[in-house]
Design a protein around this ligand. Sequence first.
Ligand SMILES: [Fe+2]
Ligand SMILES: [Fe+2]
Length: 193
Amino acid sequence: MASKLAERERAQAATLPEDDIVGLLLAQHARIRDLFAEIGVRRGEHRRKPFDELRALLAVHETGEEMVLRPVSRRSAGPDVGRARNHEEKQAARLLAGLEKLDVAGPDFDREIAVLERAVSDHAVREELEEFPAVRAATSQDERRKLGRQLRAVQSLAPTRPHPGTVGSPLAQWALGPLASLVDRSRDALRRR
Ligand SMILES: [Fe+2]
Ligand SMILES: [Fe+2]
């Protein structure tokens, strides 16, 4: 069942035109909440599939925000907001990298996924309060649709696993992201075989 926050995010996204960067990101926030909820109700190995989807979605979501949204929000919401969000994303990538090493059926996983869910939820709320309205106020609808198309392009090539060394550092994302992405996507392809 979708949480109240996820419902609100989807309702807000539905009021925005297709490709609008804010609408795309809100819809991803809602999907991330759904996946945490699904992991919460599943037991043992049944958590693997929603966790794999969550891991990949979180990785590409944060990379897309850092590379496409943040340069705009730095100007409209200010550099402190951008720095704080990048820092939170690095922390979340560390938590996610730790979770990846745990057994999804084990007790440590329960504890750590709860910590990650809280961090990611608080982070998303701050983006929705401090960043998205500033970006909407500072851009035209056409600009936001162009940004949305850029977001899709970046996300289709972004790493699918957490990389705490590059996440939170846009310069490192541009320099090292493509290699990390190639490695991740090769691993994903091998797992599907
Ligand atoms: Fe984020
Ligand atoms: Fe986000």
